[in-house]
Design a protein around this ligand. Sequence first.
Ligand code: SF4
Ligand code: SF4
Length: 339
Amino acid sequence: MDYKKVSKDKFGDFIAMLGKQKKLYAPQKEGESLKFMPVAAGSQPVLAFPNTTVPPKSVLFPQTETLYRFEQGNTDISLPGEAEEGVLLGVRPCDARAMAIVDSLFSWDVDDPYYLERREKTTLLGLSCLEPGTNCFCSSMGGGPASTEGLDMLLTDLGEAFLLQTLTEKGEKINLSVQELLEEAAEEDVKFAEKLSREAAARITRGINADGIPEKLPEIWESPLWKDFSESCLGCGICTFLCPTCHCFDIQDEMEGFEGRRCRMWDSCMFSEYTLHASGHNPRPSRRERTRNRVNHKYSYFVKNFGKIACVGCGRCINLCPVNIDILDILSQVVKEAI
Ligand code: SF4
Ligand code: SF4
């Protein structure tokens, strides 16, 4: 494993050099939200945060994107140009794991060229969590504050410098491209980073033993818990829009005069229209069925299809639900009720 260091007084140059080579995205404020946005020359991203409001999936799987353009009466279509080479700086380990999970979906029965091209051309530079949020439960979902799954490089804040742990070939290329700013890390630096990560992991107070949950969920299909937990749900969809592993989308055509575009946009299984048939029948007619589906999809169906739970314990759905519906409370109830 290759470890280097970049001192904090050179970190501005490090960011500037990355921005000159590739399109650089990092967490920045937009109103009250923190999200991954392109870093303008000379500006500094926000790197002290528990996690971004909007996960970095918004770069690889944008909220709205044009799939192609067309003209009425013409069968030719025009595809978007090639994706740019990009770097995401400051990705939390849970969100990187989420991308590794979502990769399975976008390369499943049919490859999704839009997502996969951006994924291939994007380098993920992670940032260890030293101050986990109050609702983080990554350790229960197979991750941790310094998990490296899905990342090309992991940065850890040592105080005076960042430790850089190179993990892949893409990470190595970044390493080489900024080598004049780097110095060799000492064994004590690596040990110090490991100590910080252990301490951070010890500060995670929430969690659940997920063993057996995928098998337990079908047993409690008719449980009253789904009605109980969904009664206060507003159906706003925040828990799914801002979940780093949620990936549902809708495809629509938009016309302006004789020209149009086919676009895809995030959708949510928490919306009633999501499963509404043209006949008017809706197989998930109430929030009870939609809440049950959301939980089953993440912790049971995804496991059947891909062998992994589609939750990384980032805590966003707990933090951001306007009526405080807590997925860990639901899972605890699942565990209690299962036969
Ligand atoms: S279900 Fe909630 S805790 Fe799990 S990854 Fe999605 S937003 Fe994060
Ligand atoms: S964020 Fe809360 S209120 Fe909104 S759809 Fe999800 S569970 Fe319901």
